[in-house]
Design a protein around this ligand. Structure first.
Ligand code: PMV
Length: 346
């Protein structure tokens, strides 16, 4: 409905089996399925959207600042607005006011929560009535990993085989209440700005890594194993495959020419510490995973949390440890940024 503000909240997700490489850059179709955990609302993006004829162009505020929609990376992500406007057959402009409740340096992909919150709010604002699967297909085209944030709990993004991408969607494996003992301890390490964005980095990997040809098959097997381990609440198997998949992605990153080095000394210390801890227990009690950056996500069960934290605290270079648990998918909320949007529209 035009000239009415709709507000949604969505949370980011953490990949347990990674997406790294597109077979289609425009539709954002991956080379392999990936699996993630959506995190709790302590980390979320709140987005208010208004469609109106009273402004001449789309307006987008992020964390209180107006964004330049001519910026190439941002306009790529925001093409979801145009996709949804076409479905609604409207030429009304969008006024969007979006706020993250967590710092981007927390090592959680803010684009995933941002884009999933946006498509969720637009679905209501334009009265499209699309289900979460259809919305995941739209979100995917803004930023691949965002499609997984359309669901809560544990989520798989199916690789799909169709050229139009209609079978490359996200689906829930188990909801956020399914495995409450599972925690992710995010070890934030000193970090400058990311050197190469995911978008640019994965393209370089696909183009230059000789090892990459092996990656889709390996990741597909990991996605299957991780999905089964989640359903069986089999932590040792889950942990093994989470670590193997992170290692595998960072192997093809290193094999990229020139190499992509996202890990640093503190990250490698985490790998060593978790490996030693698991050896001490004779089975995996914790699992590390890294996205395109040096921050470690260490998965463990509540029962081992204290011991894992003790080990992590000894590592030089870890600035802060943040605990996150499984969380819900997007929702529409009553209270939004009506006042801010009214001021923008005038
Ligand atoms: O969707 P993007 O462009 O933010 O890329 C995500 C890439 C990784 O975070 C490294 C892996 C993943 O599956 O989330």
């Amino acid at each position: 409905m035009l000239d009415k503000v709709y507000t949604s909240v969505a949370s980011p997700n953490i990949a347990l089996v990674k997406y790294w490489g597109k077979r289609n850059d425009v539709l954002i179709l991956p080379y392999n399925s990936s699996v993630s955990m959506t995190v709790a609302r302590a980390f979320s993006t709140k987005t208010s959207v208004l469609f109106t004829h009273s402004v001449k162009e789309d307006i987008f505020y992020l964390d209180g600042k107006r964004q330049d929609l001519n910026d190439p990376e941002l306009s790529e992500r925001l093409k979801v607005i145009e996709i949804m406007r076409k479905i609604a057959k409207t030429d009304a402009k969008a006024v969007i006011y979006s706020v993250n409740n967590f710092p981007t340096s927390a090592g959680l992909a803010s684009s995933a929560s941002g884009i999933s919150a946006l498509v969720y709010a637009i679905n209501s604002a334009l009265e499209l009535g699309l289900d979460a699967r259809s919305l995941s297909i739209i979100a995917r085209q803004g930023s691949g990993s965002a499609c997984r944030s359309l669901f809560g709990g544990f989520v798989i993004w199916h690789v799909g085989v169709k050229e139009d991408g209609s079978d490359s969607y996200a689906e829930q494996i188990a909801n956020e209440g399914y495995w409450p003992e599972l925690v992710d301890l995010i070890a934030i390490v000193s970090e400058g700005k990311k050197k190469v964005s995911s978008r640019a980095g994965m393209k370089q990997t696909v183009e230059t890594s000789e090892l990459y040809a092996q990656r889709p098959k390996i990741a597909e097997a990991h996605a299957k194993a991780v999905s089964q381990a989640i359903l069986a609440k089999d932590f040792p198997t889950l942990a093994e495959y989470i670590m193997k998949d992170s290692n595998s992605m960072h192997a093809v990153m290193l094999d990229t020419y020139p190499p992509l080095l996202y890990l640093n000394d503190a990250s490698r210390e985490v790998i060593n510490a978790i490996t030693e801890l698991n050896e001490k227990h004779g089975k995996p009690v914790a699992a590390y995973t890294f996205d395109a950056g040096p921050n470690a996500h260490v998965f463990t069960l509540q029962g081992f949390k204290g011991e894992v934290l003790e080990n992590l605290k000894e590592i030089e270079g870890i600035e802060k440890i943040v605990e996150v648990s499984p969380g819900p998918g997007p929702e529409i909320v009553k209270e939004g940024f009506e006042k801010e949007i009214q001021e923008i529209v005038g």
